[in-house]
Design a protein. Structure first.
Length: 132
């Protein structure tokens, strides 16, 4: 075996049965990189880096999966949903106007250049008038 093949085999053998990298680890690593540029943030960045490495080499896979699922449910998926909604609104801004219902804050899409229109919220049936 060549030298680098032995190193690769050793690393592969070490990581066998360990948790590895997931979305939470990537988020923690990116956050630690950002915090290294903040004054006195590098102390927190080192702690976050230690946590990410600990999670990667952990053999308690069930607990790490629960942590990752909680992170995805509470933090990552809402951020993705917000990003997709903003992107969709930006691509549709030439043809449509977006209004929020005054009662329930549900967003509605209305074609542009229709003058004053009476809108009825599909969520709470509140009626209001807006200019498109």
């Amino acid at each position: 075996m060549k030298f680098f093949d032995k190193i690769k085999h050793g690393i592969t053998k070490f990581f066998y049965g360990r948790y590895g990298v997931d979305q939470l680890n990537i988020f923690i690593l990116m956050l630690s990189i950002v915090l290294t540029y903040v004054k006195y943030g590098f102390y927190v960045a080192y702690v976050l880096l230690f946590i990410a490495i600990f999670r990667m080499v952990s053999k308690n896979i069930i607990k790490r999966r629960k942590e990752g699922a909680l992170f995805n449910e509470k933090i990552w998926f809402p951020i993705q949903k917000l990003y997709r909604n903003i992107k969709k609104r930006l691509t549709q801004r030439k043809e449509y106007r977006f209004f929020a219902c005054p009662a329930c804050k549900k967003t509605m899409r209305v074609p542009k250049n229709k003058g004053k229109v009476r809108l009825t919220c599909p969520n709470c049936q509140h009626k209001f008038i807006k200019k498109t």
